[in-house]
Write a protein that binds this ligand. Structure first.
Ligand SMILES: Nc1ncnc2c1ncn2[C@@H]1O[C@H](COP(=O)(O)OP(=O)(O)OP(=O)(O)O)[C@@H](O)[C@H]1O
Length: 894
C-alpha cells in the first residue's frame, strides 16, 4: 500500500487494466445485473422445488435433476438426448460463469421446444467447428437472457396485480386475491404457450407476500417521517475517519487518471533538449508558456519507451527560455542545421497560462494574517462577553434582564430609603399607566440620577423599579462604553438605545455614569478626552431623541454626582436627582430586617435589629448585607446550628477593623504601651461629656495595622451636626493615647500618628470651613483648590497655621488636665486591659462606675445591662502556635 501511495501511476496502470478487462468481459445479453440474474435463477429453482413437491431444490446442472425436468419436457426423448449432448458440448467450451445461463436456456427449450436456430447443430454426427460452437454459445446466452427478461416482465405484472389487490381488499383477503390474479395471468400465458397450468407456487407467493409486507413497513416509516410515498432517502454519514479515507482514495483515483505534471515531465536545458530530443527527431510539438517556459511534447512512440526514475512514462519535458525572440532564432538555427525542410518544422504554439497554484500560494500569507486577526478578535470578543469579536465591538454590552425570570427584586426588598422610593415609584406608575399622566398634559420624566455613597442601594433601587413595573431592564456600566477604539462608545450608546426602543416600555440603568458623564469643562487638562465626550454627547442626543410616547426610562447611578456634566442634569434628560445617603439608625434597622430574613436565628429579632443597627453607625446597605452574611459564616465555622448575637458582633468587628491578627505577637513592653494608650482614649471618652462613650476596647492587633482597637458609639445616636464643644472633646479624646503615654512612660511611641492626622484635619476644618476660629467666616476647600496656587494669601496661610496649632494645643491641654487628674483610673483600665486584652462597656462601669452623663434611651436600651456584654475573642488553643520564634513578632509598631 505504501508503494502504491508513493506511486499513483501504478494505480493508474492497474485501474486501466481493470477497465480493459471489464470491457472485454462485457457480453450483450449479460447486461442484466448479476444480482438480479441470480435472484431470477434462484426464483426458478424455488419454483422447481415447489412443483416437485418433495425434497430440496436441485442445482440446474445436477444430472439427477434431468429426470425431473424430463417429466415436464415437451421434447421427445431423442430430442431431449440431443439437447443434453449439445448442452454438454457448449459447457465444455464456454467459461464456467456462463454455465448457469446455458442450463437456463436448456430448461426453457425443454418447456417451449428447441429453438430453430440450433436444430441443425443437434442432429449433426460430425462435431461442429469451434466457430459454430462459439456462435451457438452466443445464441444460447441470448436466448436465456430473453427468457429471463420475459420472466422479469411477468414478475412486474404480479407485483402490480398484488398492489391492486392490496389497495382494494383487507390483508386477510390478500392471499386469495393474489392467487386468483396470478392464476388468471399465468393461465393466459400458459395458454398462449400451449402449456398446462403449472401447480400452485406456494413458495413464490410467500416470497411476494414478504416483499409486500416489507414495502408496507417502509411506506409507514416514510409517512411517520413526513416524506412523500415515493421519496428516496439518502443518508450521508460522514465521520472523520471515513471522510479522510474517502478523500485519500478520491485523491489517488484522481491522480491515477490525471497524473501530475511533475510525475511525467522534467526540467531540462536547451542543450539537453537539442542533443537528446531535437537532434533525434523525438519532438512532436513545442508550446511556449507565458513567454518564459517551453513545453516539449514528445512523440507517442518515445513516450511509451522512455520512463523517468520512478518508472513513469515521460510524455513531455520543459526548459526555460530567456526571451521568445532568442528561442525562435535558436530553434530555427537548430532546425536549419539539422536540415529539416520548412514544411516539416516542429510546430510552436504560444500559451498564456495563469499559474493558479502559485497564485493561490502567494495569497496564503495574507489569508493567514486575516485568519489570525479574525480568530484573535473572536477570542477577544468572546472573552468580553461574546459579542461576535471585532465585528460586534460597536454593539452594546448591556445585559438584558427579563422581568419575569431574572428580576425578582421588589420595593419591599429595598429598605431604609423611603423618600427615594417615593420619588422613583412615580416612574413605575408612569411605566404602568402612562395615560394617567398624559391625559393631564404632563410630560413624562425621562430619567433619574441616583447618587450616593457606595453600597447604599442605588442599583438595587433601579432593579426594584424594573421588578415592580414588570418591564425589561437593560443594565450597563458606564465603563463598558469606554474602549480603545474611536467611535465605539457612541456606537454602543446608539445600539443600547435602539435595543431599548424595540422593547418599550423598558428601563435602562447606567451604573457609574461618571465614567462617561464627567463634566466636559473639567476634563480638558492635557488635551481632554474626545472619545468620552462624544459618548456623552451621544447619550445626550439619544435622551433628547425620545419622543414623549416612548416609554423608556433611563436611570443612572453614581457616587460622584458633583462631577457630572450639567447638560446631563438638565430637565428633559435626567429630570430627577435622587440622593441616597447612608441609612439612619432606623434605616439600618429596616435593612437588617430585610437581610435577617434569610438567616437562621432564634434571637429576639426586634432587639437584634435594634442593637445591630446601633452598633453600626455609618454602615451602608452593602455593609449590612455583608455583616449579616459574615455572621452566618462565623456561625458555620463554629458548626453552630443557628446564628447568635455573638456571631453578629464578631462579624461587625471584622467588617470595621479587619481580622484579628493572632500571629502578630507584641512584646510585653509594647503591649503595655498599647494598653496605656488605649486606656487614655477610653478614660477621655468616659469623662468628656461630648465625646463618644466607649463600647469596647481591645489590644489584640487587627488586620488593618492597628495594634489596639476601640469602638465608640455616639451616646445620643447618629449625629449629623457637630458643635465646637463636641469637636473639642473629640480632639482631646483622640489625643488621649499620646498624653497617657507621656504621663505613664519616660518616652513616647510612634503609635499616635494617625491620631494626630485626625486631630489636624478636624482643627483645620474648624478654621477653614466651619468658621470656628479667630479668623472668622472663611471657607477654603482643599479638594477644589489647585495644588500650586493657594486661594489665600501668605499671611492668611500663616494665620491658618497659627489657629490650627492653637486649637490643637487647647485640645491637648484639655486632655492632659483630665488624664493627670484620672491617672489612677487610667492605670486601672490599662492593667485590666493587659490581663484581659478586651474590655467591654460593662467592665468600664465595673471599674469606674457609671458614666456621669445622661445617655439617650436608645443607647442605654441596647448597651446597658441587658446583653450589653461584648464578647471576648476565643482564647487561642495553642499559645505556642501564635508566638514568634523568640516569643515576639518583628513587625515594627506603626
Ligand atoms: N436599602 C437597602 N436595602 C436592602 N439591601 C440593600 C440596601 N442597600 C444596599 N443593599 C445591599 O447591598 C448590595 C449592594 O447594593 P447596590 O449594588 O445597590 O449598591 P450601589 O449603591 O449601587 O453601589 P455602587 O455605588 O458601589 O454601585 C445589594 O445587593 C443589597 O444586598
Amino acid at each position: 500500500m505504501a508503494t502504491l501511495l508513493r506511486r499513483p501511476g501504478n494505480l493508474a496502470r492497474i485501474s486501466r487494466r481493470a477497465t480493459l478487462s471489464i470491457t472485454r468481459s462485457a457480453f450483450g445479453p449479460a447486461r442484466t445485473a448479476p444480482s438480479s440474474l441470480a435472484s431470477i435463477i434462484a426464483s426458478q429453482r424455488l419454483r422447481t422445488y415447489a412443483t416437485s413437491g418433495s425434497g430440496p431444490p436441485k442445482p440446474p446442472n445436477d444430472n439427477s435433476g434431468a429426470s425431473q425436468d424430463q417429466e415436464r419436457s415437451v421434447l421427445s426423448p431423442q430430442e431431449q438426448k440431443d439437447l443434453d449432448a449439445f448442452v454438454k458440448r457448449l459447457e465444455q467450451i464456454a467459461p464456467e460463469s456462463q454455465h448457469e445461463m446455458i442450463q437456463e436456456a436448456r430448461k426453457q427449450m425443454m418447456r417451449q421446444g428447441i429453438a430453430d436456430e440450433i436444430k441443425p447443430y443437434l442432429s449433426r454426427d460430425q462435431p461442429a467447428s469451434l466457430m459454430d460452437h462459439m456462435r451457438m454459445v452466443r445464441f444460447v446466452l441470448k436466448f436465456a437472457s430473453e427468457q429471463i427478461d420475459k420472466e422479469l416482465e411477468r414478475d412486474g405484472h404480479i407485483t402490480r396485480a398484488q398492489k391492486d389487490v392490496d389497495s382494494t381488499k383487507k390483508t386477510g383477503d390478500d392471499a386469495e386475491a393474489l392467487n386468483n390474479k396470478n392464476k388468471g395471468e399465468e393461465q393466459s400465458q400458459k395458454k398462449q404457450n400451449g402449456e398446462e397450468e403449472p401447480p400452485r407456487k406456494d413458495e413464490e407467493e410467500e416470497r411476494i407476500r414478504e416483499e409486500l409486507r416489507k414495502k408496507k413497513e417502509q411506506e409507514q416509516k416514510r409517512k411517520q417521517q413526513g416524506l412523500p410515498p415515493n421519496a428516496r432517502v439518502f443518508k450521508l454519514k460522514l465521520d472523520p475517519t471515513s471522510f479522510f479515507i474517502t478523500a485519500l482514495v478520491a485523491y489517488y483515483i484522481y491522480r491515477s487518471f490525471f497524473p501530475s505534471e511533475s510525475a511525467s515531465s522534467r526540467e531540462i536545458t536547451w542543450e539537453e533538449f537539442r542533443a537528446n530530443y531535437l537532434n533525434k527527431g523525438l519532438v512532436e510539438r513545442l508550446t511556449v508558456l507565458n513567454q518564459s517556459r517551453v513545453r516539449v511534447d514528445l512523440r507517442r512512440e518515445v513516450t511509451d519507451q522512455t520512463s523517468d526514475s520512478s518508472g513513469q512514462p515521460v510524455s513531455h519535458v520543459y526548459f526555460t527560455i530567456g526571451s521568445v525572440d532568442g528561442f525562435e532564432r535558436k530553434l530555427e538555427d537548430a532546425q536549419e542545421a539539422l536540415g529539416i525542410p520548412l514544411n516539416e518544422r516542429i510546430p510552436v504554439a504560444f500559451v498564456e497560462e495563469v499559474p493558479w497554484g502559485s497564485a493561490l500560494l502567494s495569497f496564503a500569507p495574507t489569508l493567514l494574517i486575516f485568519a489570525s486577526i479574525f480568530w484573535l478578535s473572536r477570542r477577544a470578543g468572546g472573552g468580553a462577553g461574546g459579542q461576535g469579536g471585532i465585528f460586534g465591538i460597536g454593539k452594546s454590552r448591556a445585559k438584558r434582564f427579563n422581568h419575569e425570570t431574572d428580576i425578582k427584586v421588589k420595593f419591599s426588598d429595598v429598605a431604609g430609603m423611603d423618600e427615594a422610593k417615593v420619588e422613583i415609584m412615580e416612574f413605575v406608575s408612569f411605566l404602568q399607566q402612562p395615560e394617567r399622566f398624559q391625559k393631564l398634559g404632563a410630560k413624562l420624566p425621562r430619567g433619574a440620577i441616583l447618587s450616593g455613597p457606595p453600597g447604599t442601594g442605588k442599583t438595587l433601587l433601579a432593579k426594584a423599579t424594573a421588578g415592580e413595573s414588570g418591564v425589561p431592564f437593560f443594565s450597563v456600566s458606564g465603563s463598558e462604553f469606554v474602549e480603545m477604539f474611536v467611535g465605539v462608545g457612541p456606537s454602543r450608546v446608539r445600539d443600547l438605545f435602539a435595543n431599548a426602543r424595540k422593547n418599550t416600555p423598558c428601563i435602562i440603568f447606567i451604573d457609574e455614569i461618571d465614567a462617561i458623564g464627567k463634566s466636559r469643562a473639567k476634563s480638558n487638562y492635557g488635551g481632554g478626552n474626545d472619545e468620552r465626550e462624544s459618548t456623552l454627547n451621544q447619550i445626550l442626543t439619544e435622551m433628547d431623541g425620545f419622543n414623549t410616547s416612548e416609554q423608556v426610562v433611563v436611570l443612572a447611578g453614581t457616587n460622584r454626582a458633583d462631577v457630572l456634566d450639567k447638560a446631563l442634569m438638565r430637565p428633559g434628560r435626567f429630570d430627577r436627582h435622587i440622593t441616597i445617603d447612608a441609612p439612619t439608625i432606623d434605616g439600618r434597622k429596616q435593612i437588617f430586617r430585610v437581610h435577617l430574613k434569610k438567616i437562621v436565628t432564634d434571637e429576639d429579632l426586634d432587639y437584634l435589629e435594634g442593637r445591630l443597627s446601633a452598633l453600626t453607625p455609618g454602615f451602608a446597605g452593602a455593609d449590612i448585607a455583608n455583616c449579616v452574611n459574615e455572621a452566618a459564616l462565623v456561625a458555620a465555622r463554629e458548626n453552630a446550628d443557628k446564628v447568635v448575637m455573638r456571631h453578629f458582633e464578631q462579624a461587625i468587628e471584622r467588617v470595621i477593623a479587619g481580622l484579628e491578627k493572632k500571629s502578630l505577637v507584641l512584646s510585653p513592653e509594647e503591649k503595655r504601651v498599647v494598653a496605656y494608650h488605649e486606656a487614655g482614649h477610653a478614660i477621655c471618652g468616659w469623662y468628656f461629656k461630648w465625646a463618644d462613650p466607649l463600647l469596647k476596647v481591645s489590644i489584640i492587633p487587627r488586620g488593618s495595622g492597628a495594634l489596639g482597637y476601640a469602638q465608640y458609639l455616639p451616646a445620643n445616636g447618629d449625629t449629623y451636626l457637630l458643635n465646637t464643644r463636641q469637636i473639642m472633646d473629640r480632639m482631646a479624646m483622640t489625643l488621649g493615647g499620646r498624653v497617657s503615654e507621656e504621663i505613664h512612660f519616660d518616652t513616647v511611641s510612634s503609635g499616635a500618628s494617625d491620631d494626630f492626622n485626625k486631630v489636624t484635619q478636624l482643627a483645620t476644618a474648624m478654621v477653614t470651613k466651619y468658621g470656628m476660629s479667630k479668623l472668622g467666616f472663611i471657607y477654603y476647600d482643599e479638594s477644589t483648590t489647585q495644588q500650586y496656587t493657594k486661594p489665600f494669601s501668605e499671611e492668611t496661610g500663616r494665620n491658618i497655621d497659627i489657629e490650627v496649632r492653637r486649637i490643637i494645643n487647647d485640645a491637648y491641654k484639655q486632655c492632659s488636665d483630665l488624664l493627670k487628674e484620672k491617672k489612677k483610673e487610667v492605670g486601672l483600665v490599662a492593667e485590666e486591659l493587659l490581663s484581659k486584652e478586651v474590655l467591654s462597656r460593662d467592665d468600664m462601669v465595673r471599674l469606674l462606675g457609671p458614666r456621669p452623663f445622661t445617655e439617650s434611651n436608645e443607647f442605654s436600651k441596647y448597651f446597658n445591662n441587658r446583653d450589653g456584654t461584648v464578647i471576648a475573642p476565643p482564647a487561642s488553643e495553642d499559645p505556642e502556635a501564635t508566638s514568634g520564634k523568640d516569643g515576639r513578632d518583628q513587625t515594627p509598631i506603626p
